[in-house]
Design a protein around this ligand. Sequence first.
Ligand code: NAP
Length: 244
Amino acid sequence: MALNNSLTKKNILILGANSDVGISLLNNLYANGCNLFLASRNLVNLKKITKDKNFIMDRIKFIHLDVLSEISISSLFDSNIETPDIIISCVGYLNDEDSNLSKILRTNFEGPATIINRYIDQFLSRGYGTIVGVSSIAGERGRGKNYLYSSAKSGFTSYLSGLRSKYNHKNIKVITVIPGYIDTKMTEGLKLNKFITASPELVANKIINAIVKDKKIEYISFFWFIVAVILRNLPDFIIRKIKF
Ligand SMILES: NC(=O)c1ccc[n+]([C@@H]2O[C@H](COP(=O)([O-])OP(=O)(O)OC[C@H]3O[C@@H](n4cnc5c(N)ncnc54)[C@H](OP(=O)(O)O)[C@@H]3O)[C@@H](O)[C@H]2O)c1
């Protein structure tokens, strides 16, 4: 875990903090001296984790958040947390595509984008802010196997890229994280090649490194960067042939 002074005392809001990537971020950012606002549907687990590790509770706030509920999103803004310096969205949902169109699109795109959009106004009036969105390699090209998840992630990637352009000169930084496979509860039960599957700790390290080094897009590894380039450029008839 890399320690970095530039993060000390920063207020960081993690959306979907109970994700495996979110928990790795929480451990890493706590060690870096950050104040953490943990927004999640599962606060019981987060409270247990932070208690078991004897974290100082003065530096941690818990906020219940379901990104599918407008009331829950509004209560995030009604809570007494300060405007964060950095927001990291780790929210995601990958599941049965046949019956979940709205849930998949709203969880992976609309929900996080709604929250980020509302914070943009606060960032603009304060004069700075950083947004980190965890998207996916699946968003680089429509995928037959999970076309709803991949289209939602495409939308989220595109949204983040648009934000980055729009606020380029306003001191608002936008970082898109594009992981390939990660060994988390989202991929539980899937047969993943371990050589190309990242741990949540590695992904958390890469996210923090991207913030510190002011990167715009983070692919986690060179392998996934190359995969992204290929996916974007392969002609459609090949994509159909390989049943991607
Ligand atoms: N695992 C992979 O291979 C992979 C690859 C590329 C990108 N990603 C992306 O990486 C990010 C982190 O995912 P992960 O791999 O760490 O998987 P994960 O542990 O399943 O995390 C997903 C998180 O999203 C939260 N979530 C789902 N619906 C929500 C809702 N309605 N309101 C609030 N939170 C909600 C879940 O909350 P609960 O904890 O309450 O269930 C969970 O914590 C996601 O954006 C995912 O799409 C993952």
